[in-house]
Write a protein that binds this ligand. Structure first.
Ligand code: ZN
Length: 467
């Protein structure tokens, strides 16, 4: 595995000198941002989320940006700011999120999640990588440009969300309502990371998501399995029958029409993926499984990011205490989801799943399927001028041309910017692989963080040079 072969350096010497002189103050500011327990999904932290938003708006103003605002959405606020004094230059909309994932299990953290510490060149705290560290790099990039040049090379609007980790419930409505004031030429989202080995990367596709719950209802109350066993449909077994029908032994999802809208990779794209430095055995060891399985005909990397999936996340019903209790349970439930790829439509996939589940249900139980959330997949045209500018910006700072990667995860907001604002999206993120996002001991490598600040300015310079 190769790390970037030198610490990231800005091609702008004055900027580099300024950034080196201000490093300690910048890290202290980053830590102040991380101290807010802005867990958007937990109502107990609503005040923390709002105080964090207010802090971020003030930080944007301190950096030299204008019109900083904590904008109401109906849920957690969006923090907005802009700087629009580069007439004739393009306008870039920067997106990130200041909300963070819950921190349980707390006992697995080596230090408290909201008391950030630097350990071995890494910032360790909840949100260090996902996504506070990345949006802080954007704010610090603007601050450094203002401090050394008095201006930015292009126009920028910042949209920092507070509900990304809870499905961006109110963002689409906010984007619709603010469509006019959000006029821009492209969106840069910094909420992704580098490739294995910490190779600078641009993410060119993300999977979408369709999440559903299956409820199977049998008798009105639990029944005695001695008195009624043999004549009554068992809801747990009925649910197992349904779940087992969803996928074949070839790893293919059996829902009719499921693959109809899947855009297959070109031979060239498959060859580029195959050429990536990916150690399959090391990956398997890292996640601790005895075998890697999946859809036949596709490589592990392809299956992990470019193919749609179906997974079960939870299953419950009946008796699960110690000892034995002989019942035919009244009901059973499961949560399932599909990761989707372009151009699958989450609503159509939900309808197809529902129809399949209802048809697969054995007699004697009532089955229903409800939708729990959806996000569209997204795909960035790889020859977009902004993508090329970002490649040059990253290469100038990290000394290595970024590769194009396809991510298995979802950032539903990507598709929102594409469909609501009609803007191309460049996913330029800076976290390292295995940075424990969403898990205990989340971290961001400080070289990546410092490099991000420099690469953001270099990319802005490249975009402005393109005109
Ligand atoms: Zn994130």
């Amino acid at each position: 595995m190769v790390a970037p072969h030198r610490p990231p350096v800005s091609p702008d010497a004055a900027l580099e000198a300024h950034l080196q002189a201000t490093r300690d103050a910048r890290l202290a500011d980053y830590q102040a941002f991380l101290r807010f327990p802005s867990i958007g999904a937990l109502p107990a932290h609503d005040d923390d989320v709002r105080r964090c938003a207010e802090w971020l708006a003030a930080a944007l103003t301190r950096a030299g940006l204008e019109h900083a605002e904590v904008a109401e959405t109906g849920g957690h606020p969006v923090v907005y700011a802009d700087w629009l004094h580069a007439p004739g230059a393009p306008t870039i909309l920067v997106y990130g999120h200041y909300d963070v994932q819950p921190v349980d299990p707390l006992e697995l953290w080596t230090s408290p999640p909201f008391e950030p510490v630097v350990v071995d060149g890494r910032m360790l705290a909840r949100g260090a990588a996902d996504d506070k560290g990345q949006i802080h790099a954007h704010v610090m990039a603007a601050a450094a440009a203002f401090a050394t040049r008095g201006r930015l090379p292009l126009n920028v609007r910042y949209v920092f969300e507070g509900e990304e980790e809870s499905s961006s419930a109110n963002l689409d409505r906010w984007l619709e309502a603010n469509r006019e004031r959000l006029a821009a030429d492209a969106v840069i989202i910094s909420d992704t990371g580098f490739f294995e080995g910490n190779v600078p990367s641009l993410t060119v596709s993300l999977r979408g998501l369709m999440y559903a719950q299956i409820d199977v209802v049998g008798p009105p109350i639990d029944l005695h399995s001695g008195s009624h066993g043999g004549v009554v449909q068992n809801p747990i077994l009925a649910l197992a029958t349904i779940l087992a029908a969803l996928k074949g032994p070839d790893g293919r999802v059996r829902i009719p029409g499921f693959y109809d809208d899947v855009v297959e990779l070109t031979e060239e794209q498959r060859a580029a993926m195959a050429a990536l430095d990916f150690d399959e055995a090391a990956y398997q060891r890292a996640i601790g499984v005895s075998a890697l399985v999946g859809e036949v005909g596709y490589s592990t990397l392809e299956r992990r990011a470019t193919r749609p999936t179906l997974d079960a996340h939870g299953i419950w019903g009946g008796f699960h205490e110690a000892g034995a209790k002989t019942i035919i349970p009244a009901h059973a439930h499961a949560k399932v989801s599909c990761r989707l790829v372009a151009d699958q439509d989450p609503a159509a996939i939900f309808a197809a799943l529902r129809d399949f589940v209802l048809a697969a249900a054995p007699p004697g139980v009532d089955v229903s399927v409800s939708a729990l959330g959806q996000g569209r997949p997204s795909r960035t045209p790889e020859d977009l001028p902004v993508v090329r500018a970002a490649e040059r910006g990253l290469e100038a700072v990290f000394g290595r041309r970024p590769i194009h990667i396809r991510e298995g995860g979802s950032i539903p907001v990507t598709a929102s910017f594409e469909s609501i604002l009609g803007l191309p999206v460049v996913l330029m993120g800076f976290s390292q692989p295995h940075e424990n996002a969403h898990a205990p001991n989340e971290w961001l490598d400080l070289d990546n963080y410092e490099g991000a600040i420099r690469a953001i300015i270099a990319t802005f310079d490249e975009i402005a040079a393109d005109g």
